[in-house]
Structures are given as C-alpha cells and as structure tokens.
Design a protein. Sequence first.
Length: 721
Amino acid sequence: MKQLEHLNKKQLEAVTSVDSHVRIVAGAGSGKTRVVTTRIAYLIEEIGILPHRILAITFTNKAANEMKERVSSIMNCGNSGVKVSTIHSLCVRILREDIRHLNYPQNFTILDSDDQKTILKTIYKQLDLNIKDISLNQSLGYISNNKCAFVGVEEAQALANTYTSEVYKAQIYDLYTQKLKEMYALDFDDLILFVHNLFEHNEEVRRKWQNRFDYIHVDEFQDVDVIQYGIIKNLVKEDTKLCVVGDPDQTIYTWRGADVDIIMNFETDFNTSKSIVLNENYRSTPSILQGANSLIKNNTYRIDKDLYTNNKGSEKITHYLANDENDESIWIAKKIKQLHNEGLPYKDVAILYRSNYLSRGLEKAFLDYQIPYRIYGGTKFFERAEIKDAISYLRLLLVNNDAIELAIRRVINVPRRGVGPKAMSAIEQISDAENSNFYEVIKNHTIARGVTQNKVNEFVNLVEKYRVKTKDYSISILIKGLLEESGYYRMLEDNQESERLENLMELVADIERYENEEDSNLEEYLQMISLYTDTSNENEGTYDYVQMMSIHAAKGLEFDNVFVYELSEGVFPNEKSVNEGGKHALEEERRLAYVAYTRARKKLYITSSQGYSFVLQKIKTVSRFVKEIDEDVIDKLNQQPSYQNQEYKYNKGDAAIRAQKPLTSTTNASKVKLKKGELISHTVFGDGVILSSKDGVVEIAFDRKYGIRKLSAIHPSISKK
C-alpha cells in the first residue's frame, strides 16, 4: 500500500498490528484518524478481510462520515462496504432486527429531543406544572440520569422522599416512561440500554451479532461509558480483534458518564492486547507541546507519553496577568484587534474558557472594540434567560419606563405566581381601556382570584419596596434583594441550576464594576445594557468572526491562535468541582487545561486576573495550570502583583466575581467590620464617614458632589482610613 509510506514508525505499527487486540494511545494532533482509516484499508487490501466484516464505531455523525470518506478515498472506491457508524446508529440497526425479543415491534419510533419535549409538555399540563418551575431540560436530564444508572420509576419515587421538586420529577419520569411504552417509542438513551439488555440476557442475539464482525474499531475510546463498553465487549467473540483509539489525557466528560478507567484498564480486560503510543504531533509548535507536556505530567493517573513535533516555530506561550477582570478582557480585545490589523483574519482566533458565564466580560470588550464574534455551544450572556429576567426586575423600578410592559410579561410569573393566560388577558384589557401601563393595572386593579391575587399583590409590594430604595441604595444591593425576596434565587437553587446562578453572580459583579464609575445610576446602567443587547447580533451575517466557546465544546477542534481565558485559582481549576471530587476532579480539571492548550496550532495565549473574589473570599491568584508550564517556553507579561503580603489593594475597575450561592444580608453582616462614625475611603467617591451600618449595608456621607450613599459593607472599594 502506497499510504504506508507516509506513516511514521509508531503509526505504521498501529496500522499493521492486526493479530491481537490493540490499544492505540493517540496524543493530541497525532493523526489518529489517518491511522484508523489506513488500518481499515490495510485489513481489506493487504490481509484480505471482507469489508462488511469490519466495524468502526465513532461517537458523532461528523466523525463517522469523515471516516467513511477517508476509507473510500484510500481504496479509490465510491463505497468501501465497511460498517462505519455512531454507537447509536449501530444500536438502531441491531434493534430493527431483534427488538422483538423485548416485545417491541420492529417499526418502533425513535424520539429526538423535540419529540421528548412535546411529550413532556403534555405531562406538564396533566400535572399542572409550569416549565419555569422545572425546565424541560432539567426533566430530560433527570430521566436520562436515572435510566443510565438503572434507577427505575419506583426507586426514583422512593429517593424523592418529600422534596417537592424531586417528587414532581419522579412523577414526570413515571408518566414519560408510560407514554413511551404506549407509543412503542425509544429515546436515545433507550437505544443504548435496550441493546445492552439484549446482549446481556439473550445469548442467541449476542452470538448472532458477534458472528457478523472479525475486526472492531472504536474511536474516542476515552469517552466511552460503562453501558457502551458493555455493548462493545459483548460484540467481541474469541477470534474477534478489537482496536480502540483514544487518549486518557483527554478524558474530560466524566460528568456525563465517560470513565477513564475503561481505557486505562484495557490491557487487563483484554490480556492478549498490545499498546501503541502515538506521540508525534502534527498540529502545534514545540513550545505549545512542551508547555502541555509539563502541565499534564502533574497528573498521576495516566499513560506516560511526551508529545513532540518536527514543526517549526520558536514563539513562546504568552501569559498575561491582568490587574482585574476588566483589564483581562480588554487586553485580549486589544491583542486581537492588533493581530487583525496586521492581517490575521478573525476566524483564525478562538477564545476558550472553563465555564460559559465567563463570556460576559469578553463580549462587552468585543462589542466596545467592534470585534465580530460568535459563541458556540451557548447563548450570548445578555441573551440568557436568567439575565433577561434579572434586568426585567430592575426595569420595574423605573417609574417612567417604556419597557415596563415587556418586563411585566417576562417576570410577573417568574417565579411562578399562578398568573396564566386568563389573568394576562385581563391585564391587557384594562390597560387598553384605561390607556395605562401594565404595572399600574396590577397595582390598582384585581386581575385574579384567591391565592393568585395575593401573590400578585406581594409582587407589587416588592417592587414598591425597592422603588423607594433606588435613590439611596446601590444597584447591586437592589438586584440581590429583588432576586432573593422574589424567590428567584431559591427557584434556581431548588432546581440545582448552578450555571444559571453563576451567570447571575457574574451580572452582579458587572453591576459592581459599573458602580465604581462616577455618576452611576440605574437608568444609565439599563441603557448601557440595552446598547449591548441591541448590537449583539450585528455580526451574525459575516463569516470572519472570533470563535468563543467552552473548552468542552472545543474538544476535537484546532485553531491557529488560541486564548485560554481566566486561568485563576478557583475559577480554573474550578474550586467547587475540586472540593466535591478531590484528586480525581483536580486531574480532570488539568486534563481540561491540557485539551485547551493543545487546540492551538501556532500561538497560545493564556490570561489570568487579580482582584478580590467573593467566591473564594480572598485575593485571586494565578492558576497552578500556569505555574506548571516550563519556564523556558512561556513569556510572562505584567507580572507585578497588585497586592503585597496578601493584603488587598483595590484597583479601580476591579469587581468581585460571582459567588456560587447568593450572599444574603444576614450572612454578610457577620463579616462587616465597619462601624458608625468611622472614617472610610472609597476608590471613586473619596473620603466619607459612616452614618449607619446594618444588615451588611452601610450609609456613608461623602462630600457634596456624591452626597449620602448606601453601599454593600463588604464591597472591596471601601477601606478604613
């Protein structure tokens, strides 16, 4: 085969080792797809294996189609005849032939996510549940988690105990399962679970499918879960040869079932196997690879390998240490603008971050600097539902506000207050008849009965309470109070919506940063937010844009220039994950950083920021994932710390990052050290004297320019004189 001439020594060994089970440990950018496709062609052309006796399993349709095309191209034919499919497609093929053994018809229905949501909407109506109480995605996640853990309906109901939301979810699970049985329908989880059940309990069916294949290949083997692995093992008979390809250092999906033990223990499960390590990288520069190697070596549970490359390139990794988060995002925007002005297309730049909430600062900076961008695998920050809800609550505080009708429509029933279509229709009719806005209607009229009207009255009282406070209290205090007293925070906590809570804390941090500007007020802040949301879609029609995404979404992709954003301890590695998962979680966080670094082809930038973190209740420090990079391959910019001896020195423009859980006034109060009569200094408003200090809020008299202001007692802009 001519293609063998283009392989390196290890690749050639992987292609031609066909007499035993093989584990190919393929480092990032090592050409694993070329190896697998060439191996399949080698089996057909050189060994004489019939194409239909070869099975290749992938985990995305894109990967399956790419593999089919490459094999056909190597063999110079339209269709090679090799069975290449995703694990789900393979299961569909098996079930179409043999699902009758589970008392299902062969023409069973396969449900996609939209079908599932349609069924759930019917169930919600039956249970008188509102989607805003328990989202459809939450219910689907709950059902999937239980199914894949082999937790049936009865056990789920027992586990729910008396927790209201869990009881509802268990009822939804029960009705959903019944509905699928009535329809003879399967969702994507069922496709896997039904085949696993067949193979485990029906030897005739298992033998039938084992006899179909002589060689089985599994791509991205590090992402396999226990159930999928059970199917794969059941396909391997005595004389079948299994070849798996993956990289334990890129196992980053354990939160959705991937088990790194599976690829690590392969030689134990198949004791006649051999392992081949592909460690020549064809993607990145030597500096990027040395940096990634030095990072990942700090993990202990891995297969040792050092990536190397013959690529040229002497430019080092750049690390920028920003004074605060605002400085960090602005530095990235300026650097990208500079690169673009020098001829670099925006599409050759990717920004990667640990969590989606981190996009907020970058989005604002990109809009300010007119840099087109697109977010993959997520929604733009100010378009996220919880952010729109929070902004709507703030809009209700402005008396003369053209957007009040939209705000009422959005949050009058969030959290749920029983205000349905009938009540909204009554509001609309009165508004039209009296030519008044929606808020005046609900304030002055009865629009519902009983409990619903009582809750509407509570809603109005809440708005009135905080309208009175708008002149004296900071915006951040107003929004935290509104979200807490309205039950919005509690709603997200009860539904375990940690990512949405993080987004709200990021919004609060953005507001606190804005409050450090002179003459800041609620109306101007809302106008500024409107500007960002109005311009957020201006660049949707262009192809040349910066690509922004979480590191998880970037897996399998590569870019010429990569910025990895917010490498600060507690943020990345994520403190919550490490606290809950210990050493194993820390190693996965490090694997995530390794994946991020190895996405870069030509240039890698990594950034961190200093400043006070309400999450950590201390100064942010540079991530260990920066410190673990070899010193000789990294250039460090702006490394002078903005604090000395761990005592915080506030920088103008800094802001607290979001807390994992909303801080209530009572929990803050115990930490407040400021007392009535004390002299303080504020980074923007100057010197002042404390008039009162209560429940985490201080009233401070500044000079005439700023007057008397009520601020959060723990805001880092305040220090004692």
